[in-house]
Design a protein around this ligand. Structure first.
Ligand code: SF4
Length: 486
C-alpha cells in the first residue's frame, strides 16, 4: 500500500536502515553524475538549456508531433492507441492481450505502467505478469512500490533483498550482489522464453521516424521484445522528440544525469514488428500513449513539467527526498518533480489531496540546477502552493500557521519592535513551564542560542554614528579619535 500519511509524519517514522539506504543511493548517483558531466562537457548549462528548449517546443506543439508520430508509427506497422486515463490504458492492454490469447507477460520498467498500476491489474485478471527489471522484480516479490524513478529499490539494502529472495524460494540467504543477480536471471530466463507478450515503456519516441528508444542496464527489455511474439509499449504522450538527431543529446544527458554513465548498457531502437528476413522480434506491435491529465498542463506554466525525462537527478540532490525517501511522497513520482507532477496527474478533483507535497521543499533550487531539461521546479512548487492557498485546499488545514497575524506583525514597525523586545523573555522561561506538545517536545531535541532580537535598530544607530541626541557614537577608530596621528 502506498502511504496515505503526510510527508512529515512518514519521515518521522522512517527506520534508520531505510534512511541509510536512501542516503547512500542518492549520494552515489549524485557524485557520479557530477563527475561525468564535468569530465565530458565544457558548458553543461548550455546543454541543459538546449534540451529544455527542444522539449518545451515539443510540448508546445504536442498535437502536431503526436499526429506526425502516429503516421510514422503506422508506416512501421505499429498500431497506435490513445488512453485518456489509467483505466483506459489498462483496458486497452488487456484487450490486446485477449485478442492474441496471451496469458504470460514479461514487463520491463515503465513509470507510466506504474501510473496505471498495470502489473497488479493484469495479475488480478489472471495474466501471469513478471517484472523483468531486477529492482522492479524485488518490488513485485515484496508487494512494495518503487521509491525512485531510476532505482526502484533505493530504500532497500542487500540484507533485505537477500531475505526477500529466501522467503520466495529463490535460494538460501545470500547477500552477494552477483549471487542475487544470477538467481534472478535463472528465474527470469524461463519467463522470457515462455512469454506470450512483452510490455515495455519508452524513453523517447521520434515524431520524425516513429523510432522508439528504450534504455536499460540489464538488457531485460531487449530480451523480452526479441523473444515474445507480441510487444506492447506503454508511454506518456509527452515522450516525443521532434527528430532522430535529438536522440544523441537526450540519451547522453539521460544516462549521465541518472547514473553517471556515458551511455546505458543497452539502448534499443524499436522499429516495428520483425520483417520476414529477421530471425527475432515480435510479430505484432502496439504503442499506447497515455494522457492522464497531462493535457491539462498544456498552455500553462506547468507544461514545463512535461519536459521531464525521468532521470531522477532531482531526487538524488534533494535534501528533503534524502531525508524522507520516495514513499513519503505517496505517489508514483517522488521527489521534487513528483511534488510538481503528482498534483497535476491527480486532476482538478484530486489536487487538494496532493497539495501538501509542494510544501516538502526548501526551495533551495538544487533540483533545477541538476535537471537536464532545465525545469524550473522551485517556481512550479511555489505556484502549487499559491494555488493551494487560493483554492483553500486541504493544505490550509494541515498545520500552516495563520499568516494574517504574521503579516500584521511584520508590516508594523512599532508592533514588530515590541514583539522582538518581548521575546527576550524567552531566555528566562524554564523548559518545564512550556506546554508539553508541541513546543517542549520540539525544544527538548534542540539547543537554541539565546534570543538576541530587538537590538538591530540600536546597533544600526550606533554603527551610523548617531544616537537620538545627535551625539557621534561611532567607535573611536571609525570616528578618527584616539589615533596616534592626531
Ligand atoms: S525533473 Fe529533471 S532532474 Fe527530475 S527526473 Fe525529471 S528530468 Fe530528471
Amino acid at each position: 500500500m502506498i502511504s496515505k500519511q503526510a510527508i512529515d509524519n512518514f519521515a518521522a517514522n522512517l527506520p534508520d536502515e531505510v534512511k541509510a539506504s536512501v542516503r547512500d543511493g542518492t549520494t552515489s548517483s549524485y557524485d557520479k553524475r557530477l563527475e561525468a558531466m564535468e569530465a565530458d562537457y565544457e558548458d553543461v548549462d548550455a546543454l541543459r538549456a538546449l534540451a529544455g528548449q527542444i522539449k518545451q517546443h515539443t510540448v508546445d506543439h504536442l498535437d502536431d508531433y503526436l499526429r506526425q508520430a502516429e503516421a510514422r508509427l503506422a508506416e512501421r506497422r505499429i498500431t497506435v492507441h490513445y488512453a485518456w486515463d489509467p483505466e483506459a490504458a489498462r483496458r486497452i492492454v488487456l484487450d490486446i492481450l485477449a485478442q492474441r490469447g496471451a496469458t504470460r507477460v514479461v514487463k520491463s520498467k515503465s513509470m507510466v505502467s506504474e501510473e496505471a498500476a498495470l502489473t497488479a491489474f493484469l495479475t488480478a485478471q489472471g495474466i501471469e505478469t513478471t517484472e523483468s527489471d531486477l529492482g522492479e522484480f524485488i518490488v513485485q516479490l515484496d508487494e512494495d512500490h518503487p521509491s525512485h524513478v531510476v532505482k526502484p529499490i533505493i530504500h532497500k539494502n542487500r540484507r533485505q533483498i537477500a531475505i526477500t529472495f529466501q522467503q520466495h524460494g529463490l535460494g538460501d540467504y545470500d547477500e552477494d550482489p552477483e549471487g542475487i543477480t544470477r538467481r534472478a536471471r535463472t528465474f527470469m530466463r524461463e519467463r522470457f522464453l515462455a512469454a506470450d507478450a512483452a510490455i515495455s515503456g519508452a524513453n523517447f519516441v521520434s515524431a520524425e521516424s516513429g523510432r522508439i528508444a528504450v534504455v536499460t542496464n540489464e538488457g531485460n527489455s531487449r530480451f523480452g521484445v526479441a523473444a515474445a511474439p507480441l510487444c506492447i509499449v506503454l508511454t506518456g504522450i509527452e515522450k516525443l522528440l521532434p527528430r532522430d538527431r535529438d536522440f544523441g543529446l537526450f540519451l547522453s544527458l539521460l544516462a549521465r544525469s541518472a547514473t553517471g554513465q556515458r551511455m546505458t548498457s543497452y539502448v534499443e531502437f524499436l522499429h516495428g514488428p520483425r520483417l520476414d528476413t529477421q530471425p527475432d522480434g515480435p510479430e505484432e506491435m502496439h504503442l499506447v500513449f497515455m494522457n492522464n491529465h497531462r493535457t491539462e498542463a498544456l498552455g500553462t506554466p506547468f507544461s514545463s513539467a512535461l519536459r521531464c525525462i525521468r532521470c531522477g537527478a532531482c531526487m538524488n540532490v534533494c535534501p528533503v527526498y534524502r531525508q524522507t525517501s520516495g514513499h513519503a511522497y505517496r505517489n508514483v513520482y517522488p521527489g521534487p518533480i513528483g511534488a510538481v507532477l503528482d498534483p497535476i496527474l491527480a486532476g482538478p478533483e484530486g489536487f487538494a489531496e496532493q497539495a501538501d507535497l509542494a510544501r516538502a521543499s526548501t526551495l533551495c533550487g538544487a533540483c533545477n540546477e541538476v535537471c537536464p531539461v532545465n525545469i524550473p521546479i522551485p517556481d512550479l512548487l511555489v505556484r502549487h502552493r499559491t494555488r493551494a492557498v487560493e483554492e483553500n485546499a486541504r493544505i490550509a488545514n494541515l498545520g500552516t500557521p495563520p499568516m494574517g497575524g504574521w503579516a500584521r506583525l511584520a508590516t508594523s514597525p512599532r508592533t514588530w519592535r515590541a514583539g522582538m523586545n518581548a521575546s527576550n523573555a524567552m531566555n528566562y522561561v524554564p523548559l518545564d513551564l512550556l506546554p508539553v506538545y508541541p513546543v517542549r517536545a520540539w525544544l527538548e531535541q534542540r539547543e537554541l542560542p539565546d534570543w538576541r532580537g530587538g537590538h538591530f535598530r540600536s546597533w544600526m544607530r550606533k554603527r551610523d554614528g548617531h544616537d537620538k541626541a545627535g551625539t557621534d557614537t561611532r567607535p573611536s577608530e571609525v570616528a578618527g579619535k584616539g589615533s596616534q596621528d592626531e
